[in-house]
Design a protein around this ligand. Sequence first.
Ligand SMILES: *[C@@H]1O[C@H](CO)[C@@H](O)[C@H](O)[C@H]1NC(C)=O
Ligand SMILES: *[C@@H]1O[C@H](CO)[C@@H](O)[C@H](O)[C@H]1NC(C)=O
Ligand SMILES: *[C@@H]1O[C@H](CO)[C@@H](O)[C@H](O)[C@H]1NC(C)=O
Ligand SMILES: *[C@@H]1O[C@H](CO)[C@@H](O)[C@H](O)[C@H]1NC(C)=O
Ligand SMILES: *[C@@H]1O[C@H](CO)[C@@H](O)[C@H](O)[C@H]1NC(C)=O
Ligand SMILES: *[C@@H]1O[C@H](CO)[C@@H](O)[C@H](O)[C@H]1NC(C)=O
Ligand SMILES: *[C@@H]1O[C@H](CO)[C@@H](O)[C@H](O)[C@H]1NC(C)=O
Ligand SMILES: *[C@@H]1O[C@H](CO)[C@@H](O)[C@H](O)[C@H]1NC(C)=O
Length: 315
Amino acid sequence: MSPSWISTRHVDPVKEGNATGTPPSSPICVFLLVVTIGLGVGLGVGLTRSHEQDGSASTEPSPPLGNITNATTGTFWKPTAGTPWQIVLEYALNDTSIDVPVYDIDLFTNPASTIDSLHAMNRSVICYFSAGSYEDFRPDSGNFTKDDYAKPLDGWPGEWWLNTNSSNVRNIMRARIALAASKGCDGVDPDNVDGYDNDTGLDLTEDTAINYLTFLAVEAHSRNMSIGLKNAGGIVNATLDMLQWEVNEQCGQYDECEDFQQFLDAGKPVFRIEYPSSAPDISTTTLDGICNNTAAVGFSTVVKLMDLDNWVEYC
Ligand SMILES: *[C@@H]1O[C@H](CO)[C@@H](O)[C@H](O)[C@H]1NC(C)=O
Ligand SMILES: *[C@@H]1O[C@H](CO)[C@@H](O)[C@H](O)[C@H]1NC(C)=O
Ligand SMILES: *[C@@H]1O[C@H](CO)[C@@H](O)[C@H](O)[C@H]1NC(C)=O
Ligand SMILES: *[C@@H]1O[C@H](CO)[C@@H](O)[C@H](O)[C@H]1NC(C)=O
Ligand SMILES: *[C@@H]1O[C@H](CO)[C@@H](O)[C@H](O)[C@H]1NC(C)=O
Ligand SMILES: *[C@@H]1O[C@H](CO)[C@@H](O)[C@H](O)[C@H]1NC(C)=O
Ligand SMILES: *[C@@H]1O[C@H](CO)[C@@H](O)[C@H](O)[C@H]1NC(C)=O
Ligand SMILES: *[C@@H]1O[C@H](CO)[C@@H](O)[C@H](O)[C@H]1NC(C)=O
């Protein structure tokens, strides 16, 4: 039985290593341009409207809408392109021996003391949670309603795609981001924001995802935390300005690393994960094939097992 959170991965176990698994690239340049301009010009209006429409009674204070601009001027942590990292989601972190300046760890399973000790080692901490799926095993799972989610994530029991427009869902995510702040996380890694690419049973469009990322970014920034994009190559241009990094899975395997180059060009890290099927016994040839990828020069690459345990290999 696989841990449910594995569904967060841009992984289809059936298709792994199969060239037909390459997701279609998005022919939406004009659309994104319009959206980008719309974001720049009308962001405050759009956010205000969505809050009013859903009539949400938030449990946390709504952040000032103006904070979206502090993606540039805010004082929150902003990692630079090429920063090495480690990611462990399988269990609460119990191995801090990898000497890298960034750790990406699970928001719920790790206590504040773990984050404190990483800080004491001069490391920054990104806290992971699923923003786009309902997981039935989280401490706050009971807060979701049946109306909040639709189809299960294909191949990953215990997870369902969330309606990211739902005010209830957004309130829960606001509480999760507040939890990250209370634990001292420097940033958050919200997963499963690319439902528009999947058979979710919901009308999740790229527009919906951009609106949702904007909501999440305002919530994180207003609490002095940074935030990144997870996979979601189709909305890179539209969200780049407000986000501080990209966490990518398997861009080498699926030949889509160029989709994330914009982050690097903006001086922001692309935290890239590859999951070679032979791991943890990877040959030099396999490692070279991952590391020599000319479309991923400057990416922060880790080679991991799909369960994202402590094991890691670097280029
Ligand atoms: C979501 O869609 C992407 C792109 O088509 C695919 O690679 C991925 O496996 C899908 N995820 C799930 C959980 O079905
Ligand atoms: C993103 O922006 C870059 C640089 O402006 C451009 O080359 C690329 O085509 C854009 N991608 C999409 C999907 O719009
Ligand atoms: C925000 O976070 C940064 C980076 O950790 C820190 O230097 C700064 O003091 C924090 N600002 C506030 C207002 O807490
Ligand atoms: C970390 O915890 C996992 C799960 O409990 C365990 O299997 C693993 O051996 C532990 N590793 C270390 C280095 O303590
Ligand atoms: C702490 O980490 C930062 C960022 O990686 C680095 O610039 C700085 O030199 C480190 N400080 C010490 C005392 O190691
Ligand atoms: C969700 O559940 C937790 C734990 O049961 C509770 O403390 C919290 O206030 C609830 N509300 C939200 C919006 O997460
Ligand atoms: C979310 O809202 C957008 C408009 O902001 C709409 O186009 C879309 O259909 C909605 N999606 C869902 C799942 O309700
Ligand atoms: C990767 O680069 C190394 C060093 O430049 C080279 O020796 C190796 O043959 C390359 N491997 C692949 C698979 O391209």
